[in-house]
Design a protein around this ligand. Sequence first.
Ligand SMILES: C[S@@+](CC[C@H](N)C(=O)[O-])C[C@H]1O[C@@H](n2cnc3c(N)ncnc32)[C@H](O)[C@@H]1O
Length: 205
Amino acid sequence: MDNKIKTVINLNKGHLKFYACLKYLVTPFSELDSRIPKKCRLLDIGCGYGVYSIYFALKSERRTISGIDKNPKKINYADKISKGCRNVNFNVLDLDKNYALPEADVYLINDVLHHINNMSKEILLKKISDKMKKNNILLIKEMHSGSKIKFFLNCINDKIMTFNKKLYFIEKERLLSSFKKLGLKVRHYKLNNYIFPHIIYICKK
Ligand SMILES: C[S@@+](CC[C@H](N)C(=O)[O-])C[C@H]1O[C@@H](n2cnc3c(N)ncnc32)[C@H](O)[C@@H]1O
């Protein structure tokens, strides 16, 4: 296991330690890390408990990571466990309300698009694309419906984790068409070695 993953897991407390372990087994930490420059400002949009943000910060001290999420409890927790890590910070921001998007070189949306409604998705992608300069990256990790069994497993997981909140999965073709309208060039690929059906989109201007 990657040493930095071990550190992140050990920073967590109680059931969230177990959750971080499980997350490591079922989601692509190192794959996403490999797509992020070692020196950059990264905005982790919908960062949750900050597990990924802290991991990326530990992987390179030359990165500055800002995590945002609408849930103040998650942000407080992420803030607390990352106290010793100087290159990461966390703030509350609700993508369903009016907001100013912070500047970054890399915008990460990791398993968040299917938790926000289509209007909020559209607004978020437009705000990001308006801010993006040449060489900036929009990195999205979502679930695809190509594998029905894996997709079903992920839906069960999401329903449990969100206490049965509504989900707003977006089809690959629709997302690709949104990127095109925004003038973004995109490369995408699926990751087949996981229990969940991960798909990664890498967008540039
Ligand atoms: C499945 S979790 C992903 C967390 C994190 N990106 C990760 O991969 O570990 C989805 C996150 O999106 C956040 N979220 C949902 N709706 C949001 C909104 N309107 N504004 C900001 N964050 C939101 C939730 O609070 C939750 O932490």
